[in-house]
Design a protein around this ligand. Structure first.
Ligand code: HQG
Length: 194
């Protein structure tokens, strides 16, 4: 394996690990015999044990591997604090995931598919299968998120100043990701893409 192949294998390995951690901490903790507290935290040792059983690839996994995965990710998805780990956003797990209300930038962005637009402008942005609607602090990230749904994503701009004035609550997921339970259609417009 040349060094380029080795670097690619390492990135693929970290991506696989990140996806497994997201599955455990966002969607199906019970499959990994994990219990999340109301803020989404679970003991990092328990997650390491579960991942070691999950795949031969992770037989020797330890805390430093998880730390490396978090530090090398292009965007922050998971957080380790002391003996605990959690996903910062993305949860579909039932039950309360307590997040902290905060004031977002004046505009947030959401990338979606053209097929969803009619419904979004009728009932607003809804969490669908997750606990919260996810929005990005910058339009470029929204383009990436929308590209997962469609080759020609539509980028929406959310007027958070007007939404806050009308009692919509926003929560900080990470530096880049903001959350809300519902964003009414009146505060959403289609971004002009130059
Ligand atoms: C759409 C990734 C019809 C919504 C990303 C979206 C993100 C509606 C889809 C995070 C609707 C849900 C989440 C309505 C919303 N009618 N469709 N009323 N309201 N939708 O995957 O926001 O890389 O659950 O537009 O970066 O795409 O995994 O949410 O298309 O931050 O860390 O319903 O996941 O993060 O799709 O992505 P998703 P999302 P990671």
């Amino acid at each position: 394996m040349d060094s380029e192949d080795a670097a690619r294998a390492r990135v693929l390995g970290l991506t696989r690990l990140s996806k497994a951690v997201s599955r455990a901490l966002r969607h199906e903790p019970w499959l990994f015999e994990l219990e999340l507290d109301e803020h989404g935290w679970t003991p990092v040792d328990a997650l390491v044990d579960a991942l070691r059983k999950e795949s031969p690839e992770w037989l020797d996994l330890d805390l430093s591997d998880l730390q490396m995965m978090i530090n090398s990710a292009a965007k922050p998805r998971h957080e380790i604090r002391g003996q605990l780990i959690r996903a910062l956003y993305g949860h579909s797990t039932p039950g309360a995931f307590a997040v902290v209300a905060a004031i977002p930038p004046a505009e947030l962005f959401h990338g979606t598919s053209p097929e969803s637009i009619r419904s979004i402008f009728t009932v607003g942005l809804l969490p669908m299968k997750r606990q919260y609607v996810h929005m990005s602090a910058d339009a470029d990230t929204a383009v990436l998120v929308g590209s997962r749904k469609s080759e020609q994503p539509v980028i929406l701009t959310i007027d958070t100043v007007a939404a806050l004035a009308a009692d919509t609550t926003f929560y900080r997921g990470s530096n880049m990701v903001w959350l809300a339970s519902h964003v009414p259609a009146e505060f959403i417009r289609i971004s002009r893409m130059d």
